[in-house]
Design a binder for this molecule. Structure first.
Ligand SMILES: [Zn+2]
Length: 585
């Protein structure tokens, strides 16, 4: 619409005004069709925008779900959550933009179409009618004869009034037509909405800038770590290659228990078809357990390996096989190599060996005869055996509960603090070892069972009451314990009949008989461990013990400083004697 109605021309109702008015009316008709087109296009655009927003929201939800994959990394998680919040805000901005577009263009222009333009039509009709009235009034006024003064005056007034009315109406009409330009303001408010949208978006992203930087730093760090990990993996590849080349068995041992091994073995089915299936086996707490696949629960194959026999299975075609036999069942297993097979057999034998030790210990009169069925299985074997003797469940020197240390040569258990004090005495007086961390030979454990805290205290604390000496307790300060332990083991202040010459013969005799208690008593009373018995061809107690055939007595003497190289009058040493008499353990 480029025509403007001039108000001066309008008042005069000149032909030029009439011409422009006609043009304007055509323009208004054209405007109507164009407005309709713009509204339609705008409607389509807003509709597509809303569809975009819906798709964007779905995408954002997907992104949020995806980012929880990184929930272990709190920095990345935090950044992602801020980005997602920002993008959510952008969707909200878009929603507002489309709402405003809808309002600015469609609603306002539709008002133009439904109200303003029809109203303009009505006004135009009225304008035409008043124009005709003016024409009629003018004609009437012109036709009045000059001598009809009254009529002429009335006609003049009517013409004047009608013209005034026409002029006012024409002005109003012009105003309305010109006002159709108002639709440009709708378009302008749309531009304003676009401006606000981009401005808000810019502010939002600028606020996110620090987060983007911190995420970039974190990602760069992750990338460095990934590279390092990849290098590690490459090194592992190398290690596997080297290992395969050297034939070293791939066998893992559990960190918490030294006795435990685990790895893959083939197990022969006990059904008729005798198929072999590869399963993951492990030995722990004297039990053999296997798992067919990671989806299945472990199966207990042998509930107590101490009651099983193990032997190499050379009678079948498959290599590296061995067999486990218990009272209830037998089972054939196959390892990948001879080394692995031997490792597994040794592990099973370890359990059987432990059973042997326990049986021997329980046969000794000093040991408790009940096999302690309720023993917690996770305890290390040495500890279980060591705590069986009377008094061994409390520290020998301060009575603290649950001792975890022992003196091999004295045959006692003790708490960690007293073990430190014992260590300070020197190994010639006390050989301290851990019951949970060190490995123990069966003969060493036998000393702990054959002697034990009650027996040793019976010897080393015999005169306590007479001396009026009170033993320290678990809560006593360390210096008090130190003094006590020195008086007890170094000075041997509370031992009965100390330094009697008879003790040497007693030691020899007890060693021959395998009587550990008398031997300990004799040593406490000052018997010289390497004294040679002139009446017994100059033999020492150690040689005597080999005559008697007691391995425990032998072990006890060796732990307490007996000289294995000493020879008797016939030139025979302990090893020679043992061999002669067939006591080779
Ligand atoms: Zn203690």
């Amino acid at each position: 619409m480029d025509s403007f109605l001039d108000y001066e021309e309008c008042i005069q109702d000149s032909p030029a005004f009439r011409l422009t008015l006609d043009k304007c009316q055509t323009d208004v008709a054209e405007l109507q069709s164009r407005v309709e087109k713009v509204m339609k296009l705008c409607g389509k655009m807003v509709e597509s925008g809303q569809a975009y927003n819906t798709a964007n929201q779905h995408f954002l939800d997907g992104l949020a779900e995806f980012s929880t994959y990184h929930k272990r990394d709190s920095v990345i998680m935090n950044c992602m959550s801020q980005f997602i919040q920002g993008l959510q805000e952008m969707i909200n901005f878009h929603t507002v933009l489309f709402d405003q577009t809808q309002r600015a263009i469609t609603q306002q222009l539709s008002n133009l179409l439904t109200q303003f333009i029809p109203q303009l039509g009505e006004t135009r009709k009225e304008f035409v009618r008043i124009g005709e009235d003016l024409e009629t009034a003018a004609v009437k006024n012109a036709q009045i004869y000059r001598h009809k003064v009254t009529d002429a005056e009335r006609a003049s007034h009517l013409l004047l009034a009608t013209r005034k009315c026409h002029q006012h109406f024409a002005l109003d009409y012009c105003l309305q037509v010109n006002s159709s330009l108002y639709c440009l303001f709708q378009v302008f408010s749309y531009f304003h909405a676009q401006y606000t949208f981009f401005h808000q978006g810019f502010d939002l992203l600028r606020d996110l800038e620090p987060t983007m930087k911190s995420m970039a730093a974190q990602l760069s760090q992750l990338s460095t770590e990934c590279t390092a990990k990849r290098k590690d993996l490459e090194n592992t590849h190398l290690l596997i290659q080297q290992r395969d080349a050297s034939g070293e068995p791939i066998l893992s041992s559990c960190p918490d228990g030294g006795e435990t091994i685990q790895g893959y073995l083939f197990k022969r089915s006990r059904r008729k078809n005798k198929t072999w299936k590869r399963c993951w086996f492990s030995i722990k707490d004297n039990q053999l357990v296997y798992t067919k696949s990671h989806k299945e629960e472990p199966v207990l194959l042998f509930d107590d390996l101490r009651l099983c026999a193990v032997k190499s299975l050379d009678s079948i075609d498959r290599r590296f096989s061995f067999e486990l036999v218990s009272v209830k069942k037998c089972c054939a297993l196959q390892a990948d190599s001879e080394e692995l097979k031997q490792a597994w057999i040794s592990a099973v034998l370890g359990s059987i060996d432990m059973a042997y030790r326990e049986r021997v210990e329980s046969q000794q009169p000093q040991s408790p005869s009940d096999p302690q069925p309720g023993q917690p299985p996770q305890r290390p074997a040495a500890l279980v055996v060591a705590l069986q003797s009377p008094g061994n469940h409390r520290c020998c020197d301060c009575s603290e509960e649950e001792p975890r240390w022992a003196s091999v040569n004295l045959g006692i258990t003790m708490c960690i603090e007293c073990s430190g004090i014992h260590r300070s005495l020197g190994v010639h007086l006390s050989k301290v070892r851990s019951l949970t961390l060190d490995s123990w030979d069966p003969e060493q454990l036998k000393l702990l069972c054959g002697l034990g805290n009650d027996v040793i205290n019976g010897i080393y604390e015999s005169r306590c009451a007479a001396e009026g000496r009170v033993k320290p307790s678990a809560g006593s300060p360390r210096p008090e314990k130190e003094t006590w332990i020195k008086e007890k083991y170094v000075e041997k202040r509370f031992v009965k009949d100390a330094n009697s010459p008879e003790t040497r013969r007693q030691l020899y005799q007890a060693a021959f008989q395998g009587d550990l208690v008398t031997m300990a008593s004799a040593l406490a009373q000052g018997a010289e461990v390497n004294w040679s018995h002139a009446e017994e061809e100059g033999r020492t107690a150690l040689i005597g013990s080999t005559f008697g055939g007691s391995l425990s007595a032998c072990e006890f003497l060796l732990q307490n400083g007996a000289n294995v190289n000493y020879r008797d009058q016939r030139g025979q040493g302990a090893l020679h004697t043992a061999a002669t008499w067939g006591h080779t353990g």
